[in-house]
Design a protein around this ligand. Sequence first.
Ligand code: ADP
Length: 167
Amino acid sequence: MKLTLVQGDITEQRVDAVVNAANSSLLGGGGVDGAIHRRGGPEILSECRKLRAGHYGKGLPAGQAVATTAGRLPARWVIHTVGPVHSASEDRSGLLASCYRESLRVADTLGAASVAFPAISTGLYGWPMDDAARIALETVRTAGAQVEDVRFVLFDAAAYAAFEARL
Ligand code: ADP
């Protein structure tokens, strides 16, 4: 598996699947989630609503992943995963690792060869970037996925530097 880092916007990535740092409602939010729905158009939200009406009536739990169309994005699928909110009193790193592992598992099921990840949980959910980078890279490296090309798309220079230091 090839791992690459880019600084940029995840909605612009030409890959088979982009991963969304979603919230458990699956009905949109800020950060990556907002950008994906804005750029991807209403088709993604309409599939998310169907998921909520079906198997995910209570929403998508943290650490799990599910795919929809990518609408107008230059990707084939969006894989929605819900990161844990960072906590100083409880170790939730297993859930963060699970986001990466489950997203890759879904990507393998789809037959996606290339996947772009944002730095899950490092925005609104408050996970320290350096620790998030460690968990992301370790988990993806050891997941044993068929995906050939994994790209981490870091929004700013500080996030890029944190991932670069861990790679
Ligand atoms: P979470 O709720 O899981 O913390 P956010 O979407 O708030 O997710 O943020 C996750 C990370 O993605 C943050 O580091 C944020 O700066 C970054 N980010 C925000 N918008 C984009 C984007 N369009 N492309 C890539 N990364 C983004």
